[in-house]
Design a protein around this ligand. Structure first.
Ligand code: UDP
Ligand code: MG
Length: 319
């Protein structure tokens, strides 16, 4: 190992041509101010715009900046993972490219690290410039996830955080494909602390998390950290059989002691449709888990790197 680096900053970028230059400027100002060796690692997650080109130009002019180019879009969580895999710092900071996470908080995070914390996560006390729908769903999601799992995952925290080298190395041993990185970091343990910040609005461009990706992300988080949805089938089954048994008693009673005739098929059909719906939902949930098991079993690499710039030779070869 030649270079000694205090802090590696990992920035995943996906179609961020409108912001990457500004992000670089803001990050550079903050990191230069620390007077410690650092590196900025941009991970291009298969952008279709000029992001890669701009990143390459930045790399040419500044050797602090390193660049990993994926062969295609692998997803935000995988991009973060790759950045960590390639990082060499004693600490690693993960930050979004769109300046919603203010880089100016990084020195405070490093301060906490000096105090002896291994994980310093950013806690959003307020979110600005995001739709009501996003804020509401995020709020519900973090609380729902918490109620579903035994792992203590702090609510309202994103991937904006600092981790110590040893946490990063421990994370490398976790090879899950459906990755919910912030959850895995909580699962790892270590000494954790939070610093509060206000989540700004996006500097430019649009969110790269449309509803479909958000839903997949939420499913990944829940299925990686909870079996509870699978238990839904057993709970529903027990409740429904108990109710049916009671109803059976009523039917037998009616058959033996009254002469009420059975009327109407509409109600029968309604009940039947209702339960068929429940069965399909539960099958779907089981399917979500099986799909993820299938992904894990295939054991494919998490990501494919097309090109890596400004890393020393060993690191560019993935060690
Ligand atoms: N991102 C990525 N791959 C994707 C989607 C997003 O690397 O497939 C990056 C994106 O460039 C940004 C970060 O992940 O740096 C967070 O995305 P975004 O700001 O669009 O999400 P939001 O803040 O709206 O949840
Ligand atoms: Mg954002």
């Amino acid at each position: 190992m030649s270079e000694k680096i205090l802090c590696s900053v990992v920035v995943p970028v996906y179609n961020e041509e409108l912001v990457i230059q500004e992000t670089y400027k803001r990050l550079k100002a903050v990191m230069d101010g620390l007077n410690e060796p650092y590196e900025l690692i941009f991970v291009n997650d298969g952008s279709r715009d000029a992001t890669a080109k701009i990143a390459r130009t930045i790399c040419d002019s500044d050797k602090h900046v390193k660049f990993i180019d994926f062969s295609r879009n692998f997803g935000h969580q995988i991009a973060i993972t790759a950045g960590m895999d390639y990082s060499a710092g004693d600490t690693i900071v993960v930050i979004d490219a769109d300046l919603q996470d203010p880089p100016e908080i990084i020195p405070e995070m490093i301060g906490k690290w000096h105090e002896g914390y291994d994980v310093v996560f950013g806690k959003r006390i307020k979110r600005q410039g995001e739709t009501f729908f996003k804020k509401l769903t995020a709020k519900i999601f973090y609380r729902f996830l918490k109620s579903m799992t035994e792992v203590d995952i702090p609510v309202d925290t994103g991937d904006f955080r600092l981790i110590d080298r040893k946490v990063c190395d421990a994370l490398k041993a976790v090879n899950e494909r459906s990755r919910y990185v912030r959850g895995i970091i909580s699962w790892l343990g270590f000494k954790q602390a939070g610093v509060e910040f206000v989540r700004e609005k996006r500097f430019a461009g649009e969110t790269k998390y449309p509803l479909k990706k958000m839903l997949k992300f939420a499913f990944d988080a829940i299925t990686s950290f909870s079996y509870k949805p699978l238990k839904l089938a057993s709970y529903a089954g027990v409740t429904i059989s108990a109710a049916s048994f009671l109803y059976l008693l009523v039917v037998i009673y009616q058959g033996l002691f009254t002469n009420t005739t059975i009327t109407g098929w509409a109600s029968t059909l309604a009940v039947s449709l209702f339960f068929n719906g429940i069965i399909l939902i539960i099958l779907g949930i089981v399917g979500e888990y099986i799909g993820r098991i299938y992904d894990e079993v295939k054991g494919r690499p998490l990501y494919i790197v097309r090109d890596a710039l400004n890393f020393d030779r060993d690191r560019a070869l993935g060690r």
